[in-house]
Design a protein around this ligand. Structure first.
Ligand code: PLP
Length: 393
């Protein structure tokens, strides 16, 4: 072919992290079909949808079966009832949003990646380690990325100290995937102040806000001035077990403007052109999940997973292995034992006890020497994994 391709793709690592893990696990299980593998790797949930969500889904399916209540294309930005459910969810925590600022979507992943389209050639700040989609989606469009190093020394919470430039796109993920580190109000205030001072935009990923325990902001908009410098992305994937159902939202405040253009209007235009909306039945399910009763049921899911996090933490405490996370996040971020690098440790666990985790280096260079375990398994599988790890580490 003689067409020009997007050469930025050459900057990407060969395969997306979890595809790489899946390949290794599949090769191992083909070679050892008798061994039972326990997966504490990919961040997928395992508990079913809650009763309130199921009822809403069933009712919506019924409506789709009747001509009078059948729905075709949904509005690209979401039905008003779903947008209002998001507004109310924030409102119950004291954060005021306008319906027109909420965009319902099929996932935080797509929105994180697609938002890159709205920006010109700005310097990009991305935490290291972090959810890989921020980096890859910026590399795909040829952006220059600078990493914000998250280390044991700074509590895995990089701050703006030392940054002297202007007009940054700043990705923040709190609670963080993979480290579980969560910014407090003072720290987020420093970020917001920095963003306003330097004319920067924060892209705040709150996908794990439901796991927060203690007095930490669940939303960047709990910070004064954030409406003038931040977009927020959030998802029902982990909150309500929607990883397979697919529903999220992005908040773009009306205050966000640059060069005479409104980011809210641009995102509306972008979605209207390239996205045809989230299915009606899924938006009804999202509305139910975000209702007070729905949220109580979601809390039950979170509590279940956090019990796993406590059991994993207890093992690491007993072994004297350094770790963080597991308190306001479903992830435990542990140091690899025996000075192993992250992929060697991955192989060590897979080959010896058939426990699969995620090598920290897959989330950034600062993740080298660390390993992520998730608490999204069943209690039984997690207990079994803990017993196996206890025998090895
Ligand atoms: N943001 C973070 C930080 C995540 O860890 C994940 C998934 O693991 C996502 C976004 C993706 O969420 P969604 O399932 O809504 O696409």
């Amino acid at each position: 072919m003689k067409i020009q391709l997007n050469e930025n793709y050459k900057q990407l690592q060969e395969s997306y992290l979890f595809a790489g893990i899946a390949k290794k696990v599949s090769a191992y299980s083909q070679a050892h079909p008798d061994k039972k593998i326990i997966r504490l790797g990919i961040g997928d949930v395992t508990l079913p949808l809650t009763p309130t969500v199921i009822q809403a889904l069933q009712k919506a399916v019924g409506e789709m079966a009747v001509q009078e209540t059948f729905r075709g294309y949904p509005p690209e930005a979401g039905f008003d009832f779903a947008r209002q459910a998001v507004v109310d969810y924030y409102g119950r925590r004291g954060t005021k949003l306008d319906l027109c600022e909420v965009f319902v979507s099929d996932g935080a992943k797509s929105d994180c990646a697609n938002l890159t389209e709205l920006f010109g050639d700005n310097p990009v700040l991305i935490p290291d380690p972090v959810y890989p989609v921020y980096l890859d989606s910026n590399l795909m469009c040829g952006r220059k990325v600078t990493f914000l190093q998250a280390t044991q020394e700074n509590g895995f919470l990089p701050m703006p100290e030392g940054l002297t430039g202007e007009g940054y796109l700043i990705y923040l993920c709190s609670p963080n995937n993979p480290t579980g580190a969560v910014y407090n109000k003072e720290q987020l205030t420093q970020w917001v102040d920095f963003a306003r001072r330097s004319g920067s935009l924060i892209l705040f990923d709150a996908a794990y806000e439901a796991f927060i325990h203690g007095d930490y902001p669940h939303s960047i908009y709990e910070i004064e001035g954030a409406r003038e410098c931040a977009i927020e992305i959030c998802s029902l994937s982990k909150t309500a077990g929607f990883t397979g159902t697919r529903c999220s939202w992005t908040v773009v405040p009306v205050e966000l403007t640059a060069g005479g253009m409104s980011l809210r209007d641009m995102w509306e235009r972008r979605q209207a052109t390239k996205f045809n909306g989230v299915p009606y039945i899924v938006q009804r399910a999202a509305q139910a999940a975000l209702s007070p009763q729905g949220i109580r049921e979601c809390q039950g899911l979170v509590d279940y997973y956090m019990e796993n996090a406590r059991s994993i933490s207890a093992l690491l405490d007993k072994k004297g292995i350094f770790y963080t996370g597991g308190q306001s996040s479903p992830y435990i971020w542990m140091r690899c034992t025996g000075n192993m690098d992250a992929w060697t440790f991955f192989d060590y666990l897979l080959e010896n006890v058939q426990v699969v985790g995620t090598p920290g280096s897959g989330f950034g260079a600062c993740g080298e020497g660390f390993f992520r375990l998730t608490s999204f398994g069943s209690h039984e599988a997690t207990k079994e994994a803990i017993a196996r790890l206890d025998s090895l580490l």
